[in-house]
Design a protein around this ligand. Sequence first.
Ligand code: RIB
Length: 307
Amino acid sequence: MANPKIVVVGSSNTDMIIKLERIPRPGETLLGGEFAMAAGGKGANQAVAAARAGGDVVFVARVGDDMFGEQAVSGFVRDKICVDYIVRDKRAPSGVALIFVAKDGQNSIAVAGGANARLSPSDVRRATRAISEARALVLQLETPLPTVQAAVNIAARSGVPVILNPAPARPLPDRLLARVSILTPNETEAELLTGVAVTSESAAERAGAKLLARGVGTVILTMGAKGAFVINRELKAMVPGFKVKAVDTTAAGDVFNGALAVALGEGRPLLESVRFANAAAAISVTRLGAQPSAPKRGEIERVLRSR
Ligand code: RIB
């Protein structure tokens, strides 16, 4: 079977990471950290995760006409991602994220979006053909909402399933949600969208039901190490996560979405696809950095076979 074609529309950043005992408080200086620089950005992480999981990936994005943009694009090429729809922006720098990673793997992230904030509906329309031919369109919210809506509209016209990871959290209009096949919020994002504090499986079900009522096809609420709660009009189920020792949770959600798109694009059933995505995300949290942590297909399959 040919690798499923996945189009990802979204952000690309360079991550400046400091790993230290704990996240500094406002006004505090903490010594003793270790520095690393790695490719990141929610969209780019999803694209790389999908490519390594076995997708034939097209990435639609904007980077600056600078060294970081150059390095990001070279990385995509190494992962055999189609870069034909990546614009090199002469007026804005490439996106940068400053990330603190604490000893327990939790993080805190600040993003200077740069060129990501200029990804436009017309950039997306240039990729109309690629989107219309895809097995899935994957998006997040680090680029402007009109751009996200434009991509979703193209997919909807061709009946292409849309996977929207609503991160970073922001309110979303019903006209967008009604065209989303699969919405993948974490607990914080689900709370922002529904007002339900997701502290248990039953709360996840309540939040999920509210999102279905707004027109979403399926909600997959990711709950960290616990796994993912899946709900649509036919089923509701908790798909348990894989227990691992967390080193860095950065991009676990992005890896989950990239891998999910591939599994669904291959025609696997929904819950099996979520298990595949859980395995990919679990591997990613055992490694430092966003794109460096995205596993290859063989690694995901090994974890799936071992449990
Ligand atoms: O989801 C993790 C990503 O968020 C990081 O790679 C960072 O660039 C920010 O976009």
